[in-house]
Write a protein that binds this ligand. Structure first.
Ligand code: FRU
Length: 493
């Protein structure tokens, strides 16, 4: 469904008669609608925005183009949840179309102040020659959920030295002041992050570029996020334009982080270690975090990537968000675990313990299309072992450990309708087994899988588009014995 520029830059109130209803109907009939992930009723979802706990509920917005599956006129769509598991669709959060966001309300974040939730976002306009002009805008949500845009942007200009790729403010509060990081492209077409400070969220003072050692690391850094965990500063961002390096940087664009000494405004220099990708899978971009009332740092991301056609494009909808995850820092590395509230999704429980010896064993009790599967694996001499799931006559998605390489591999070459083939069908992550043990924790939904490895040491996130009938689960081992202890919960939503 390719659209012209004129079609892409329509607002939802400019839809033709019946167009919107027809799109929703088309999406509803899609065989790949998710069961328990946040997804748009129709149209295209991308980045999570404005993730915050406010007035007893989590609020999570996302970038949304209602009238098709292209990256057109962007809105903020609003969802909320009391438990991070069951989400209510609340309708449009921020509609574009004002003098400072005539061509889209781009990504941003939320922070509470004096009983209101402030939503800071990038408004985009375009001049007649299609040159982009970004403004950092503010909208305010009252406790009753009513959102009002402020008339004037809070940051009007791009600072000197940067191009119009200047967007995605992420706000936080420290020592009585507000700060925000914004993704910026230097005039030499390299990506960076700049820092602002404000006493009141209204007046923002430019504090300069946030110095890192990555002076030529891609052409743009989108969706930065800064927070501290256990006294360590963490900068997340989504760099664009990194060439692949072995198993790293295999997707069109990356999402990752740096850890270092907490940021000090005095020197604005972030002393950090190496850039690490957050996820080892295929479809993970533009993550955003927030702090839960109990202090946990929560993260969610777009389970998709820009500039790639997905199989549901023909069904009038595209993409979903990842499950919310809890972050912790262990040995300088971010661990990601599914939020503990997700146990609420657990329905019927099935337990299977088995040993597989140089064979493949199909486990009928574990079959399904939407479930949580926790498998403790103990290898006793196999050269390769793993799990096939969403398996059918010609289809299967495979996660396996390869001893020769010392890597865990996600293979979606036979996962159903293929897409993004230019970027390959396998992702590999170096991983050392401890005493032959490996824990794989899978959340399988109708058209996705999220794998949490060894209690959060690594994750693999991927969209897959198998047929409904492809439900099988198989355990396999080559060249030796492997014990599998599995618990499966059917998902009830
Ligand atoms: C990241 C991104 C952001 C931008 C938004 C527009 O996917 O390109 O930089 O604000 O999407 O939808």
């Amino acid at each position: 469904m390719k659209m012209s520029r004129a079609q892409l830059y329509r607002r939802i109130d400019q839809a033709e008669d019946g167009e919107w209803e027809a799109l929703i109907q088309l999406a509803e009939q899609s065989p790949w609608r998710q069961k328990y992930h946040i997804q748009p009723v129709a149209g295209l979802l991308n980045d999570p925005n404005g993730f915050a706990f406010f007035e007893g509920e989590y609020h999570l917005f996302y970038q949304w183009f209602p009238l098709g599956t292209g990256h057109g006129m962007k809105y903020w769509y609003h969802t909320s949840s009391a438990d991070l598991v069951h989400w209510k669709n609340r309708g449009i959060g921020i509609a574009p179309g004002g003098p400072f966001d005539s061509h889209g309300a781009f990504s941003g974040s939320a922070i509470e102040k004096d009983g209101k939730l402030y939503l800071m976002y990038t408004g985009n306009t375009r001049s007649p020659d299609w040159i982009r002009h970004p403004f950092q805008c503010m909208a305010v949500m009252e406790p009753d959920g009513i959102i009002t845009k402020l008339e004037q942007p809070v940051i009007l200009k791009v600072p000197r030295g940067y191009t119009d790729h200047f967007r995605d403010p992420k706000v936080w509060k420290a020592d009585g002041s507000y700060y925000c990081v914004i993704g910026a492209q230097r005039l030499d077409n390299t990506g960076s992050v700049v820092l602002y400070r404000s006493p009141d969220l209204m007046q923002w003072h430019y504090a300069g570029e946030l110095g890192t050692d990555l002076n030529s690391f891609g052409f743009m850094w989108e969706c930065p996020d800064y927070f501290e965990l256990d006294g360590t500063g963490i900068l997340l961002f989504s760099p664009q334009g990194l060439p692949p390096q072995g198993d790293r940087f295999r997707n069109i664009y990356q999402a990752g982080y740096l850890t270092g000494r907490p940021l000090s405004l005095m020197d604005r220099k972030f002393h950090h270690g190496e850039f690490r990708e957050l996820d080892n899978g295929f479809d993970f971009y533009a993550p955003q975090t927030t702090q839960a009332p109990d202090g946990r740092r929560l993260l969610t991301a777009w389970m998709g990537l820009p500039e790639i056609d997905y199989p549901t494009d023909d069904h009038g909808w595209a993409h979903c968000l990842t499950l919310p995850r809890e972050l912790s820092l262990e040995n300088g590395k971010l661990m990601q675990r599914p939020v503990r509230e997700l146990v609420k999704l657990r329905g019927r429980k099935t337990e299977v313990r088995t040993v597989v010896n140089d064979e493949s064993l199909s486990i009928a009790e574990l079959a399904g299309t939407a479930y949580e599967l926790l498998v403790e694996i103990r290898d006793d001499g196999a050269s390769r072992f793993g799990i096939e799931f969403r398996a059918g006559c010609h289809e299967r998605t495979v996660i396996h450990y390869d001893h020769a390489e010392g890597k865990l591999v996600l293979d979606r070459s036979l996962s159903g309708q293929s897409f993004a083939l230019d970027y390959g069908t396998e992702r590999r992550c170096p991983l050392q087994l401890r005493d032959g043990a490996l824990t794989l924790h899978l959340f399988v939904d109708i058209s996705s899988v999220e794998v949490f490895v060894n209690d959060g040491e690594a994750t693999f996130t991927a969209r897959i588009f198998p047929e409904r009938e492809s439900t099988g689960v198989t355990f396999f081992a080559e060249g030796g014995r492997v014990a599998f202890d599995a618990i499966k919960w059917d998902t009830q939503y």
